[in-house]
Design a protein. Structure first.
Length: 208
């Protein structure tokens, strides 16, 4: 396993240096729509991560038998199967979360992160490498949603996971919980990350 890929580097890439949301700016629709609360953000992130891991593994297993001409259609069918499972499980065991997330769970099927990893990675790599790719990219997606949702819930509602943070005197900025607030928070976080990465690059070039 270690000879083919480095797990540590994959975790660093998926969560930090090549985060699908904060660096690649993919999956913007669910990112902005489901991060009004931490519960919704985590629910969406974990659901997408499970689908990403499962679909990566199955696509890697079948990569030699899926005809190239219909590979995208085949990937979508595989992804849709796992999304349906997750959707039914959420409805059965956490109906409140399922209702809150609504159509965004079924829409995981067309999430460009999942289809992109299937085409760019799982269709070319081993099962082990594809599993860790799905895990690290899924964790990166979940991490990004958690950070954005935390900021939006705390400042937009004055709560964290439904628990009051600042006390009754706090007046939340309700716009943060709305769509414009989602764009604002995402933009600020992405800008901060870009500044940090640029400074690290300049420092590295200066030392060289």
């Amino acid at each position: 396993m270690a000879k083919n890929f480095k797990v540590g580097e994959m975790f660093k890439s998926g969560i930090l240096t090549n985060n699908p949301v904060l660096v690649q700016t993919l999956g913007m629709c669910p990112t902005l729509a489901t991060t009004s609360s931490v519960e919704n953000g985590l629910g969406m992130g974990v659901s997408a991560m499970v689908v990403l891991i499962a679909s990566n593994v199955v696509i890697s297993l079948l990569r030699r038998v899926i005809p190239k001409k219909i590979r995208i259609a085949a990937y979508i069918v595989i992804i849709a199967g796992f999304v349906t499972m997750i959707d039914l499980l959420l409805k059965a065991y956490v109906p409140a979360l399922s209702k809150s997330l609504g159509l965004f769970i079924p829409l995981i099927v067309v999430n460009c992160i999942i289809l992109g990893r299937a085409e760019a990675y799982a269709s070319k790599k081993t099962v082990g490498a594809s599993f860790f790719d799905g895990l690290t990219m899924g964790l990166g997606f979940t991490f990004a949603l958690f950070i954005i949702a935390t900021v939006r819930e705390i400042f937009g509602s004055g709560t964290f996971l439904g628990h009051e943070v600042f006390g009754p005197a706090f007046e939340p900025a309700s716009i943060i919980g709305m769509a414009p607030g989602g764009f604002l928070v995402l933009g600020i976080i992405v800008a901060v990350i870009q500044i940090i990465q640029r400074k690290k690059k300049e420092k590295k070039e200066g030392n060289a």
